[in-house]
Design a protein around this ligand. Structure first.
Ligand SMILES: [Zn+2]
Ligand SMILES: [Zn+2]
Length: 91
């Protein structure tokens, strides 16, 4: 395991990312444990919902999706992917 406590870096550009997640845990009235995870205001990265890669917003084609770029393509297919990006990578 890598050290995830601090010094997280984007897996794409290897730059340090800022911000993080606050985790609130508690119990519902019936005793069911609940965990709420909220990004902090200065967070500039996503942790991919599928592969847990850290990707900063600058490198993410779809930061609002919560997925890294390869996983976004896996989930949404090429329809959600701009063709020009693929062509640029071939050159
Ligand atoms: Zn990056
Ligand atoms: Zn991913």
């Amino acid at each position: 395991m890598e050290d995830n406590e601090s010094g997280d870096v984007c897996t794409v550009c290897q730059q340090a990312v800022t911000g993080g997640f606050d985790v609130f845990s508690g119990f519902q009235n019936d005793g069911t444990p609940t965990v709420v995870v909220e990004g902090t205001a200065d967070r500039n990265f996503n942790v991919c919902d599928l592969c847990n890669d850290t990707v900063c917003f600058r490198c993410s084609l779809h930061p609002e999706s919560g997925y890294c770029n390869p996983c976004f393509r896996k989930v949404f297919g090429d329809a959600g992917f701009v063709d020009s990006v693929g062509e640029a990578m071939k050159q």
